[in-house]
Write a protein that binds this ligand. Structure first.
Ligand SMILES: [Zn+2]
Ligand SMILES: [Zn+2]
Length: 678
């Protein structure tokens, strides 16, 4: 009787692979292969794992080895390249292989019941687009053409940083490069797949429409977290079977199985949402570059404000820089950026007189305005003037935010909610006041100022229902909104044709943040939000679009760079500062976090971790409480490791992690490699 030992990766924190016995039944004539899924007993449960080795024998005692229940033979096995990608991610981010490889496939694939999989295989995703869509193909300007040529010229690996201002036509470069590569492969009788990554789910419908219109004959699959599970499974399978020529998705799509992958594009490569913030804390951008190198294919990182890491790589020649300096549409001009010095203007409700006047002008001309305020809710806190009471969250080191329409206080860290107290809990004063302002408060003020204007607020609160964000953006596009007000959600990617004014209400807090990346993020955000103004569609005789930024620090170098639309100067200064301060990308970091009932316990664990092993070449900083120390009654602390050498840091982490697990501490801890929020 045929039998084999299968090494199987399971989704557990135990850093090991498990041996199971497979015995050929009467029905199965074919021996399982690496890359197939198998249903196995694990403890008292039955779980789906991934076969990563097929062996004749095991090192374990035969009586300890349990039998495989079933092998999922209906699905083609995952490729060795895909498993290698997961293995790299597992090693680099210091997680067990199973915790990487299994969570990144659709949930329904890991279901012990194979019914969903069978159904999906029987009834595949309908991916073909309508072929009667108007295929308009804008001609490329010289710079765009040069970029497409550079991307497609090299056979084999090449990393390209496509640096172009908003409206310079980066999307056209992606689409032309994709088309050229797909055609080249087809000419040789080979299949080709292209992976297009975008930072934000809300941006996929727009890009999807462009892609479908451009490639009516090709299958387009989408992968993001808001797809229904059944749909996600179908699209994943279409990518895995090579039927989807183009896969469009958010960060999780970087781990999609694509056997014929020939090009990867990471749009808005600087965007923080490419970094997963829980579980496997990976950077989709970094994995995209690794994957391209492994497969020997080109990867394009596009941005108007590249991350300074990528800029550094472009400077050192690791990436090839492709610049688009002209806006693609001749009508589109860069907006004029102006600063409103808030030391000279009173703005009791957040809007200074010059900004109000500019809004009034747009309303009179029937044009749209956008106001950007990165703080949702009505006011960040309410307080009592009489005794100084302030609405702290009782479970977190944070304030309870006032949400006026709902008449609630809400903690944005632990989601605790309560009614607004009728009187001060400490002294009984009934006159509690909001302090500071969020989007709801500015919305209320706008309605008072301009009762005739149509004001729309877009933030995480107003778009909780699925599809409501898209509906809101559609209303703006149809011209049904005069003033759009929102958080960073409004800054990304949307092309509002009638928009001629962007107002930024309070960017100053980020200027003095202790997070060394805050300045870079603010610059990118402001450039991006500024890019919403003055895009195509308005005639030449109309006045230039305008961006007005309210600040108390108009002399700050970041604003000087912004006024000049000078990303390069900003990046150069930032890199100089980082080098002098010994910060990434000039050092490599890892962060160990611990959570406990008491801060002492968390710090003590980190101190123990710090002294566990000799660490030559690694700087171990002192354990410190996290900025927001307590969340939901859990105290949090962190320990930062730094090294000038990435291999050295990696080598240390490989020894350190098992030693940390050996500690068998009962508190929760996690390690993040290349942390972004420190
Ligand atoms: Zn009071
Ligand atoms: Zn809280």
């Amino acid at each position: 009787m045929t039998h084999r030992i299968l090494s199987i990766a399971l989704d557990t924190p135990l850093d090991t692979e498990f041996d199971y016995r497979w015995i050929a039944g009467e029905a199965d004539a074919v021996v399982p292969v690496v890359g197939q899924f198998a249903l196995v007993p694990f403890g008292r449960r039955e779980v789906v794992g991934l076969i990563i080795a097929v062996k004749e024998s095991s090192d374990y005692q035969p009586e300890k080895i349990r039998d495989v229940i079933a092998v999922r033979t209906a699905l083609a096995p995952l490729s060795p390249e895909w498993i290698a990608l997961c293995r790299f991610a597992a090693d680099y981010y210091q997680r067990p292989l199973g915790e990487v490889a299994l969570p990144c496939v659709p949930k329904k694939l890991r279901d012990p019941q194979p019914t969903a999989l069978e159904r999906a295989l029987k009834k595949p995703a309908a991916l073909r687009s309508d072929s009667d869509i108007d295929v308009s193909r804008p001609t490329l300007n010289e710079q765009q053409q040069a970029a497409v040529d550079a991307i497609t010229a090299t056979l084999g690996y090449g990393a390209h940083l496509l640096f172009g201002v908003t409206g310079s036509g980066k999307t056209e470069v992606y689409l032309h490069a994709a088309e050229a590569l797909i055609k080249r492969e087809q000419a040789h009788g080979r299949a080709a797949q292209v992976l297009l990554l975008v930072p934000e789910i809300n941006l996929t419908p727009q890009l999807e429409a462009s892609v479908r219109a451009r490639f009516p004959a090709l299958h387009v699959a989408t992968l993001h977290s808001q797809l229904a599970e059944g749909e996600r499974l179908r699209h994943w399978i279409a990518a895995h079977q090579g039927r989807a020529a183009i896969v469009l998705g958010t960060r999780l799509a970087v781990l999609a199985s694509m056997p014929d992958l020939k090009l990867i594009v990471v749009d808005e490569e600087h965007d923080p949402s490419y970094k997963q913030q829980e579980g496997l804390r990976y950077s989709a951008r970094d994995l995209a570059v690794w994957r391209a190198r492994q497969l020997g294919i080109p990867v394009v990182l596009g941005s108007a404000t590249p991350s300074v890491e990528s800029w550094q790589h472009a400077g050192s020649g690791r990436y090839q820089k492709l610049a688009l300096t002209q806006r693609a549409s001749t009508h589109a001009r860069l907006p004029r950026v102006g600063l409103i010095d808030m030391q000279h203007h009173k703005a009791p409700e957040g809007l200074s007189p010059p900004l109000v006047a500019a809004l009034r002008e747009r309303l009179a001309r029937g044009e749209q305005s956008l106001l950007f305020l990165n703080r949702r809710g009505y006011a960040p806190v309410i307080h009592c003037d009489a005794c100084g009471w302030i609405s702290n969250c009782r479970r977190c080191t944070a304030f309870m935010v006032l949400h006026k329409p709902e008449r609630r206080l809400r903690c944005h860290h632990c989601s605790l909610e309560m009614r607004i107290p009728a009187a001060c809990p400490t002294c009984g004063n009934v006159d509690l006041q909001p302090l500071g302002r969020g989007t709801q408060r500015v919305e209320e003020h706008l309605q008072q100022l301009f009762p005739e204007a149509r004001v729309l607020r877009i933030d995480a609160d107003s778009t909780r229902r699925k599809g409501s964000a898209q509906a809101a953006f559609d209303a703006v596009h149809r011209g049904e909104v005069d003033i759009l007000l929102g958080t960073q959600m409004v800054a990304k990617g949307h092309d509002f044709r009638r928009l001629t004014l962007v107002g930024v209400i309070n960017p100053d807090t980020a200027l003095f943040s202790q997070d060394y990346r805050a300045g870079e993020r603010l610059f990118a955000q402001l450039m991006q939000v500024a890019g919403r103004a003055g895009r195509a569609g308005l005639a030449d005789h109309q006045p230039q679009s305008e961006v007005l930024i309210q600040t108390r620090y108009p002399q700050h170098p970041m604003f000087r760079a912004l006024l000049a639309h000078d990303y390069e100067g900003f990046a150069r200064d930032t890199l100089t500062e980082r080098r002098a301060a010994g910060l990434p990308p000039f050092v490599f970091q890892a962060l160990l976090r611990a959570e406990a009932k008491t801060l002492e316990a968390a710090l003590e664990f980190l101190q123990q971790a710090r002294e566990l092993l000799p660490h030559d070449g690694i700087t171990m900083n002192d354990p410190v409480p996290m900025t927001i120390t307590r969340v939901a009654n859990v105290e949090r602390a962190q320990l930062l490791l730094e090294s000038a050498s990435r291999p050295q840091l990696q080598a240390f982490l490989r020894e350190w992690m098992p030693a940390l697990r050996e500690l068998k501490s009962r508190l929760r801890w996690s390690l993040e490699v290349d942390p972004v929020d420190i």
